[in-house]
Design a protein around this ligand. Structure first.
Ligand SMILES: [Zn+2]
Length: 162
């Protein structure tokens, strides 16, 4: 069992943020991501007895709509920095998008065999929604952030799982 500081460090070490040039901003964002995940990991440990400890990579996606995605097999969360560059969206990305993707990985850790046994993996199915509620969030699969110069008229766009 790691102590709290070691846990926070291990979480922090797994976070990389690219495509943001201001180093102070990068440091601050990493700190916010780490703190958010730290709270989630403590909850998961208390209830399930393990850590998810995802690798988090934030970079600029080609997509102007997708805020985040995750890869089960790599225990990886990817966050679109295009949204992190908009000050009014930062809170949402940290409090919703990051945990949305974390919930996917938690769901995978808890229900992997069950999910794999299904014909088509229900990424936003019942067990994922339970994970979202466990983390204190509503199980939204869409976000309504928009990039300023984006021509896209869709208001609701998805967080994806690959
Ligand atoms: Zn999702």
């Amino acid at each position: 069992m790691q102590n709290q500081e070691q846990l926070l460090n291990s979480i922090s070490e797994k976070i990389t943020i690219a495509n943001i040039s201001n180093l102070d901003n990068v440091r601050q964002l990493r700190g916010c991501f780490a703190e958010k995940l730290f709270q989630a990991e403590k909850k998961v440990l208390r209830c399930y007895g393990f850590y998810v400890l995802p690798t988090v990579k934030a970079y600029s996606f080609r997509s102007n709509k997708r805020a985040g995605q995750c890869r089960y097999s790599k225990n990886l969360i990817e966050i679109n920095t295009k949204f992190l560059k908009i000050p009014s969206h930062i809170d949402y990305v940290i409090n919703q998008t990051l945990l949305h993707e974390y919930a996917h990985l938690l769901n995978w850790h808890l229900h992997r065999d069950e999910l794999l046994s299904m014909k088509r993996i229900p990424h936003h199915g019942k067990t994922w929604r339970q994970c979202m509620r466990f983390l204190g969030l509503e199980a939204n699969t869409y976000h309504n952030m928009k990039l300023p110069l984006c021509k896209d008229v869709l208001h609701y766009t998805r967080n994806e799982v690959l």
